[in-house]
Design a protein around this ligand. Structure first.
Ligand code: HAM
Length: 420
């Protein structure tokens, strides 16, 4: 093979694309009912947009970004996530988004240089929502609820939702100190990554997957015991609202996120088809990001789900059924005269709204029937000289195997009567 796709970057073939389309259609329908509108941002941005928002010391910024320099020497980055670009666009086009609270959603490819393995790739796709301009804890609950209902709608209602509060810039440093003093006494026993995190991003130690470190952290202070009264009150209201909406959740006081912009509520959604390590979706509140990126301060909350992981979970579940038929009909021609007439008949049926195709390469009837099957057509419409003379087609139902003669003049009506 002369060329192959790049490691960690996959083609999505037609046999799978239909699943993506079904999931995306469900997302669009649901988000629309909650008042979200779609936004499409470019796949690359100024590098500084991401270093400022995601955080200089995070794994994404330190190790995973695809950076490039353009012809004028400007540093650009393929977007590793969707929130920062959406906030950049919100600030830039605020006049075009007049609502007090802007609700936006997006879908598209993201890029992170991670070690590729099942459910983790270098180009992956997210569907995400952002609610910008709302401080009420009801928005946090709504965001979690939308994520929950989305998974329910696509057939993965058994996702586990974990929530936590990481406090605000006032109370979080106090918690950081408490955590440091717990860890300091055994610091030499922690893994090298955690030793580094100890100084640069202490909360990320809680995310360590090394069994020895998990054991050392068993008695560590919990963030929810250290957050300020405002953050604690906010978190209680989020939980109350989730209870009244009937959204199931688990409290995970060790849940911290790999992006620095979060304040207060954070959440992750997991699905058992993916194993313990990877989340199928995640999000949280990020009240300081608009100001950090040069806009007016605005409370905001959102989440993103990973499409590749969703498809893996759906496949493990066989949760969505493939459309039985791709096409309504496939024209089969016997002889040159019928072929010529069929080209025109197919065109008029397509124009009338039916899905159809035919073979232009003058193959045998058998080969044409094989094509009809490969295209997953519902009917093979067969015409030879006899049919032409009689003004009919022989319509073969490719599932049931039975045949019927149908007048060409009433073919469209007949197809409609069959549900095409
Ligand atoms: P995140 O946790 O970095 O959050 O990513 C969200 C989801 O994207 C993950 O739960 C996962 O399903 C998927 N994902 C992330 N990295 C990969 C990868 N390398 N391969 C496959 N899937 C992946 C964010 O990106 C935030 N912007 C979410 C957010 C929106 N927070 C507020 N608003």
């Amino acid at each position: 093979m002369l060329f192959q796709s790049i490691k960690g970057v996959s083609d999505i073939l037609p046999g799978e694309v239909w699943m993506w389309q079904a999931v995306e259609a469900d997302a669009r329908g649901l988000f629309g009912r909650f008042g979200f509108r779609e936004i499409r941002t470019p796949i690359f941005e100024q590098t500084e947009l991401f270093t400022r928002s995601i955080g200089q010391t995070t794994d994404i910024v330190k190790k995973e970004m695809y950076n490039l320099v353009d012809k004028k020497g400007r540093s650009l980055t393929l977007r590793p996530e969707g929130t920062a670009p959406v906030i950049r666009a919100y600030i830039e086009h605020k006049g075009a988004l007049p609502a007090q609270v802007s609700k936006l959603y997006y879908t598209g490819p993201m890029f992170r240089y991670e070690r590729p393995q099942g459910g983790r790739s270098r180009q992956f796709h997210q569907i995400g929502t952002e609610i910008i301009g709302g401080n009420s804890p009801c928005y946090d609950a709504e965001s979690i609820n939308v994520a929950y209902l989305f998974f329910k709608e696509i057939g993965l209602g058994d996702v586990v939702i974990e929530i936590n509060s990481v406090g605000c810039p006032e109370c979080r440093p106090r918690y950081g100190e408490a955590l440091q003093s717990h860890i300091r006494k055994d610091l030499d026993k922690y893994c090298p990554d955690c030793k580094e995190r100890f100084d640069r991003n202490i909360l990320r130690v809680l995310d360590c997957k090394v069994p020895g470190d998990i054991a050392l952290l068993a008695g560590a202070p919990l963030v929810t015991d250290h957050i300020c009264e405002h953050c604690s009150d906010h978190f209680s209201k989020v939980k109350d609202t989730l209870d009244s909406l009937g959204v199931p959740y688990r409290l995970n006081p060790k849940l911290v996120r790999g992006l620095d912009y979060y304040t207060r509520t954070v959440f992750e959604l997991r699905h058992n088809a993916l194993g313990a390590l990877d989340a199928i979706g995640a999000g949280g509140r990020y009240d300081n990001l608009t100001a950090e990126l040069g806009g007016e301060p605005k409370g905001a909350v959102g989440f993103a789900v990973g499409m590749e992981r969703i498809i893996l979970a759906l496949k493990a579940r066989s949760a969505i059924a493939e459309k039985e038929f791709n096409l309504d009909l496939f024209m089969v021609s016997i002889g040159d005269a019928a072929f010529k007439e069929n080209v025109a008949l197919l065109n008029s049926l397509r124009t009338a709204g039916f899905g159809g195709d035919m073979d232009y390469e003058a193959k045998s009837i058998k080969a044409q029937m094989r094509q009809a099957d490969a295209h997953k057509a519902r009917f093979a419409l067969i015409r030879g000289d006899d049919e032409l003379k009689a003004g009919i087609v022989t319509a073969k139902d490719l599932k049931a195997g039975c045949e019927e003669k149908v007048n060409v003049g009433s073919l469209a009506e007949w197809l409609k009567s069959k549900g095409c």
